[in-house]
Design a protein around this ligand. Structure first.
Ligand SMILES: Cc1ncc(COP(=O)(O)O)c(C=O)c1O
Length: 403
């Protein structure tokens, strides 16, 4: 992987009117976009600008064909057996809401989550506690604050019908042992949904090898356009799901008092879609596949080693997650005693154009449970460089000195 060559593809790295270059370390929130993705979006608007599926003319037929190709590409990208197992959504949040709304969960059934879930994999289940009387169980953490397989297996009571875990954490970057989790859950008759919002951009996923039941991820964290997301589901499970959003494009026919739903995936893609976004998503998946995840992971681990070693002598710095950077992917989250995390983020931005995220990263439940106010998160991607990490560290140390 040639990082400096790849950076040429990202307009945001090109000098802008003499402005200082951006050091973008907020990739866990949203990634930057390379030219092929931007061009694919523009190509939709310039060459087609029509709907998919509904009309007979050539423009519509071309959009239908390309969306179909992106679906096939997405299925291949995650190792799905059939393109019909891919449902396009606006994001991970919508994908999880679809499952929460449509899965046949009843009063007394339990959904098991970890204590470190993003709100998008917590609040939909909380709603089902209120609406249907399900139980929401939160997995206790192990003695090191991390996932513990033995505790997990003890928590798989007969009531647990769904295990819904974040595959890689947006809080500390730790990736869960999905294979053993899925095996244990299936043994007890529970389905598994993996929230792969932070995993899909950074690691090769094969849904068939994992035998996962549902997988959700967002295009915008992996070079794709804003507002693109994916729900994968095993065909036999998707067939059983109740409709979610309904209306145009979800039915083959209707009378005044009934309708005939289309098969999956159309049944779950209501209304006209973000075709430009899907064109861009296709380009993003091709771009990532050409680089390869081995190279991406290796690079991110090196950068995280550099951050972790460089930040070791910052007085009062508390790191989230394990000390070993290789276990934290591209994420370095911390707080510094006595300094407000938003203040650090604002100063990094003002002093050196360093973009990081601060606060509770949509994992408020974990912060509230641990009585921690906030944190700063630097998150890398394959286009970040050791020089950028040096600048981040230098400026962090300057801030520590003056505050
Ligand atoms: C682990 C995790 N799950 C879910 C989400 C929600 O993603 P989106 O906002 O794209 O729906 C995020 C976003 O930060 C995340 O990090």
């Amino acid at each position: 992987m040639n990082v400096s060559e790849l950076r040429q593809d990202f307009p945001l790295f090109q000098a802008q009117n003499g402005k200082k270059q951006v050091i973008y370390l907020d990739n866990a929130c949203m990634s930057l976009r390379p030219r092929p993705v931007i061009e694919a979006v523009t190509r939709y608007y310039t060459d087609y600008s029509a709907c998919s599926g509904r009309s007979m003319h050539k423009l519509a037929a071309a959009v239908t064909a390309e969306v179909d190709e992106v679906r096939t590409l997405t299925a291949k990208f995650i190792g799905a057996a059939h393109k019909e197992e891919i449902i396009f959504t606006r994001n991970t949040t919508e994908a999880i809401n679809l499952v929460a709304h449509s899965l046949d969960l009843k009063a007394g059934d339990a959904v098991l989550v970890t204590g470190k879930e993003h709100n998008s994999n917590l609040i939909p289940w909380q709603m089902l506690v209120k609406q249907k009387g399900i139980q929401l169980l939160v997995l206790p953490e192990g003695s090191d604050g991390q996932f513990d397989q033995a505790i997990f297996e003890q928590s798989l009571t007969p009531q647990v019908r769904l295990v819904s875990f974040g595959y890689s954490s947006n809080l500390d970057g730790v990736t869960l042992p999905a294979e053993s989790i899925i095996k244990a859950a299936h043994k007890k008759g529970a389905w598994v949904l993996l929230d792969a919002a932070q995993a899909a951009p950074h690691r090769k996923i094969n849904v068939r090898a994992l035998d996962v039941d549902f997988l959700a991820f967002s295009g915008h964290k992996m070079l794709g356009p804003s507002g693109t997301g994916v729900l994968y589901g095993k065909a036999k499970l998707l067939d059983q799901l109740a409709p979610f959003l309904v209306g145009g494009d979800t039915v083959a026919s209707s009378t005044y008092d009934s309708c005939e739903f289309l098969p999956v995936p159309e049944r779950f893609e209501a209304g006209l879609q973000d075709y430009a976004g899907l064109f861009g998503l296709g380009a993003a998946l091709q771009y990532l596949s050409a680089i390869g995840f081995d190279a991406i992971q290796k690079h991110e681990t090196l950068l995280n080693q550099q951050i972790s070693e460089g930040a070791r002598d910052v007085e009062g710095l508390h790191l989230f997650g394990p000390a070993d950077p290789a276990r934290r992917g591209g994420i370095f989250t911390f707080f510094i005693d006595g300094i407000d995390s938003h203040r650090i983020a604002l100063m990094l931005d003002q002093m050196a154009n360093v973009c990081v995220r601060s606060g509770q990263h949509c994992v408020h439940s974990w912060f509230n449970a641990h009585h921690i106010q906030g944190s700063v998160r630097a998150s890398t991607y394959f286009y970040n460089t050791p020089e950028e990490i040096d600048l981040f560290l230098q400026n962090l140390k300057k801030i520590r000195k003056v505050l």
